[in-house]
Design a protein around this ligand. Structure first.
Ligand code: HEM
Length: 123
């Protein structure tokens, strides 16, 4: 049986590395930093990590804890226009690049993240 993306990407350790690096960048991003409630990056990082793991075929901790993702609804309290989308992707890009992925995995992951970021714009 072929491995799913979660496994090919490197499992829990790899998702933690990706999300940790993303939030290191968010913390110093002038557009994104103020958007996070109480600037609680540890809890936010955990939610994003659980979501991505589940999306890519890993454990279902996200839905066990949070229910259906409904990402558009969950982002409705935040004003997300082009500047916010671009800032989010700019924080994510170096996080993805540090993973040293094959072209195939990189394309699959980055294509998804770009599409999701576009989809979550609400301005
Ligand atoms: C387009 C730019 C984006 C902005 C400005 C943004 C901003 C935010 C903010 C401020 C939060 C609240 C932090 C928290 O308490 O969890 C959040 C939550 C979250 N975001 Fe985003 N986000 C963006 C794109 C994305 C994308 C592309 C994804 C997925 C691929 C994503 C997945 C999530 C998840 C899973 C949560 C936690 C939802 C929950 O369970 O409450 N976001 N986002």
């Amino acid at each position: 049986m072929s491995e799913n993306f979660y496994e090919r990407f490197g499992g829990a350790v790899a998702f933690e590395k990706l999300v940790d690096e993303f939030y290191e960048n968010v913390k110093v991003n002038d557009i994104l930093k103020p958007m996070y409630p109480d600037e609680d990056f540890v809890a936010a990082a955990r939610r994003l990590r659980m979501f991505l793991e589940q999306y890519w075929g890993g454990p279902h901790a996200y839905s066990d804890e949070r229910g259906h993702p409904r990402l558009r609804m969950r982002h409705a309290p935040y004003s997300i226009g082009i500047a916010e989308r671009d800032a989010w992707l700019a924080c994510m890009k170096p996080a993805v690049e540090q993973m040293g992925l094959s072209e195939e995995l990189y394309g699959e992951l980055w294509g998804y993240l770009e599409g999701a970021a576009n989809f979550l714009m609400n301005q």
